[in-house]
Design a protein around this ligand. Structure first.
Ligand SMILES: [Zn+2]
Length: 223
């Protein structure tokens, strides 16, 4: 498997190129392009957060804490006391650090159901739906966020699979086939939860016509 830095660099490069294409074709503004780039890069780290002591896990949880802190400040600081805002931020951080993180470690196995195309699809739909229904961005940008997360995820899985090929000995390592799988057959319960989540999230997606127009624009790009 590739290490953290390789995943970070390749996901950053791949998504950076795609983000520049969305700006060039006016699919996104420059600011939106930067957010897409960041989203795709995070997507390139997500599959390895199932490894308990991985750098990806620390980065993603710290990003999540930062994002939640920003949301709390933006949403609450105008109409609530500073003491209450600070208490909520502290409570959210402690819950993430001492509750969500240990639970996540407890229920995930490295290279299990989290490290699959199904998980990437579910998380991409989740991001699209939250962006569309909760943050109120346009359907176009909501779809783009999901697409970029999915691309980052797939880059990571493919890279791990490529690294399972031992070039010097022209043979496959034992890990070959465990990185880029459609779903984890060894964890049927977790895979079932992902499938069910996917089905529910599909019911809340933005208009599909917007997704089609994005894909048409992408395929018409002339280099
Ligand atoms: Zn991996």
């Amino acid at each position: 498997m590739a290490n953290f830095n390789t995943h970070l660099i390749l996901a950053g490069m791949g998504n950076g190129l795609l983000a520049s294409a969305t700006i060039a074709t006016s699919l996104s503004t420059t600011n939106e392009g930067m957010v897409l780039w960041l989203t795709g890069t995070i997507g390139g780290l997500l599959p390895d957060i199932d490894a308990d002591n991985s750098s990806s896990l620390k980065v993603i949880f710290n990003c999540m804490a930062l994002l939640l802190t920003m949301v709390i400040i933006v949403r609450l600081s105008h109409n609530h006391s500073l003491t209450l805002v600070w208490l909520i931020i502290t409570g959210v951080y402690l819950s993430l650090r001492w509750l969500a993180l240990p639970l996540f470690k407890q229920f995930t196995v490295h290279r299990g159901s989290w490290h699959s195309l199904l998980a990437g699809c579910t998380l991409s739909l989740l991001v699209t739906d939250i962006a569309w229904h909760v943050t109120g961005v346009s359907a176009r940008f909501a779809w783009l966020l999901g697409i970029f997360l999915a691309i980052g995820y797939v880059i990571h899985l493919l890279l791990d699979e490529i690294c399972a090929f031992d070039i010097s000995g022209t043979r496959f390592k034992r890990s070959f086939g465990s990185a880029c799988k459609p779903l984890s057959m060894s964890q049927p319960l977790a895979s079932g939860i992902f499938l069910l989540s996917c089905a529910i999230l599909i019911a809340w997606i933005p208009p599909v016509s917007v997704l089609k127009s994005i894909l048409v624009t992408f395929t018409a790009i002339s280099l």
